[in-house]
Design a binder for this molecule. Structure first.
Ligand SMILES: Cc1cc2nc3c(=O)[nH]c(=O)nc-3n(C[C@H](O)[C@H](O)[C@H](O)COP(=O)(O)O)c2cc1C
Length: 230
């Protein structure tokens, strides 16, 4: 709200305002209140920023694709750490982050993993492989009935965060699940009770796959399952 005080001070620069007070008047310096017009402009700017952030996210989600051909160009290690750290903010049942990530960079090891992953040898071209390991024990002990499902869902949310951020960083990945799970576990020293949910190559794409999606609004219902009438 504008009153004679705010409109008076809003037209003054900070050093000019100081001149109007003697040190005895106030113990703390007074803040200059923004005018109604300034506030309105700030709100407008904020809305624009928000919109572009939303639009950027829409674009990012829509353009992510699984890539199976990678350049050997190096990937900044910090980017990998940042992506993993940020992805840990995924929603999780009971806020239990029941997953671990093995970062693999060694070429020989990557080659071997490609072979174990049902000969998906293209995996080993990527500078990094992230192995996502799921531990059900804590989630199941907290939720004996539904813990297994929750544990898988938590890990999937984490993986999707990684895939989204990899894409947002200008890199590419592919969720690879098909592998001889037990052989890979043994090879990477993963104990029997844990599972591997994904092998994620991370690198620069050497292809731009076009994947047709069944993106139909008929997949959306209103109020009850199957109801298409709004
Ligand atoms: C659980 C899961 C397992 C997958 N396993 C493999 C895999 O072993 N090899 C592979 O090339 N792609 C795999 N994919 C990737 C899918 O083939 C891919 O996401 C799908 O074709 C859609 O393409 P897009 O990711 O480009 O949208 C897997 C995806 C998911 C979600």
């Amino acid at each position: 709200m504008t009153n004679r005080f705010t409109s008076f001070f809003s037209s003054k620069k900070e050093h000019e305002i100081d001149d109007y007070y003697s040190p005895d008047d106030y113990s703390e310096p007074q803040k200059v209140l923004p005018t109604e017009k300034e506030l309105k402009n700030l709100r407008k700017e904020n809305a624009l920023l928000k919109k572009s952030f939303f639009e950027q996210n829409l674009e990012s989600i829509k353009t992510r694709r699984s890539v199976r051909k990678y350049s050997t160009k190096e990937v900044d290690e910090k980017t990998i750490y940042d992506i993993i750290e940020a992805s840990l903010n995924a929603p999780a049942t009971g806020n239990i982050q029941n997953y671990r990530t093995i970062i693999v960079k060694d070429q020989k090891r990557k080659n071997e993993i490609g072979k174990i992953a049902l000969n998906q040898c293209w995996l080993s071209e990527a500078p990094y492989l992230l192995i996502i390991v799921r531990d059900d024990s804590k989630v199941i002990s907290m939720y004996p009935q539904d813990g297994m499902r929750y544990s898988i869902q938590n890990t999937a949310a984490y993986i999707q965060n990684i895939l989204s951020l990899v894409h947002a960083a200008g890199l590419s990945s592919c969720w690879v699940e098909a592998c001889q799970n037990d052989v890979l576990k043994e090879y990477l020293g993963i104990s029997g009770s844990l599972s591997i949910d994904a092998v994620l190559p991370v690198g620069y794409a050497l292809e731009k796959p076009h994947v047709e999606k069944e993106l139909i609004l008929d997949m959306v219902f209103f109020e009850t399952y199957g109801n298409r009438d709004k």
